[in-house]
Design a protein around this ligand. Structure first.
Ligand code: 5RP
Length: 236
């Protein structure tokens, strides 16, 4: 399945392959979004087709739902599953406390809902996602389209009042039009450089009317499976 891969794709693949070892027969599994999560879905699909693994998958985006079905995984909604045994997803950054920035692929809302409704969340990532301090990767903020510029101004004011280093934000685009999430919302990317108090920032951002969710995952992730370009894997 993996063929000839670049070091970064190899790192993503080996992390994904190791993470599916944690999936047991009969589990309800949250399926993340992104290129690393796509490897995990393919690996799970292989186990379903070739080893008869029986799982129910709850996808975190329309993209993942399509891939999971193509791979032969039984797809159910979160409301059908109600509660999940395990979610496996990628991340844009993780720190030593296993706090994350997610949403680079625009699926942070469903990803946070699904991960929060799981007994366990395992993140799969290439080692380049490991950081000392969160914030170098722009923090995604999902906002409703109505009044999004007002929401953006309020978010920037809030960043100033919190003394956050970077205060610039940009509307995520898809060509000439705003990027639209599966829920029909927009994404503002906050260019912060370094986040001091991620827990406080996550809470304060969600107080702004118009903000649906932010990409900080605090105390949600239980384990990170880290892949390296030479094929090594570490579980943190
Ligand atoms: C999507 C996400 C992804 O998990 C994150 O962007 C990592 O993606 P990739 O595995 O492609 O690097 O949060 O919303």
């Amino acid at each position: 399945m993996s063929g000839e891969l670049s070091p970064i794709d190899k790192a993503k693949f080996v992390a994904a392959k190791r993470a599916v070892d944690f999936v047991e027969d009969g589990m309800r599994v949250g399926l993340g979004t992104g290129s690393t999560a796509a490897w995990m879905v393919r690996c799970l699909g292989e186990l379903v087709r070739e080893d008869g693994l029986r799982i129910k998958g709850v996808p975190t985006s329309s993209r993942t739902a399509e891939l999971a079905r193509d791979c032969g995984i039984t797809v159910v909604s979160l409301d059908e599953a109600r509660w999940l045994d395990l979610t496996i997803d990628g991340a844009d950054e993780f720190d030593q406390d296993l706090n994350l920035i997610k949403g680079g692929g625009g699926a942070l809302l469903q990803e946070k809902i699904v991960a929060t409704a799981s007994d366990q969340m395992i993140v799969i990532a290439d080692v380049g996602k490991e950081v000392e301090h969160l914030g170098h990767f722009p923090l995604p903020l999902e906002v409703i389209p109505f009044g999004w510029q007002t929401t953006q101004a309020l978010a920037e004011e809030m960043l100033i009042s919190m003394d956050v280093l970077g205060r610039q934000s940009s509307l995520r685009m898809n060509g000439a039009a705003p990027y639209v999430t599966d829920e029909g919302n927009y994404i503002l990317d906050l260019h912060l450089n370094r986040i001091g108090n991620a827990r406080q920032l996550a809470m304060v951002l969600n107080q702004i009317p118009g903000v649906v969710e932010n990409g900080l995952f605090i105390d949600i992730c239980d384990k990170v499976v880290v892949g390296f370009g030479d094929g090594r894997v570490e579980v943190r």
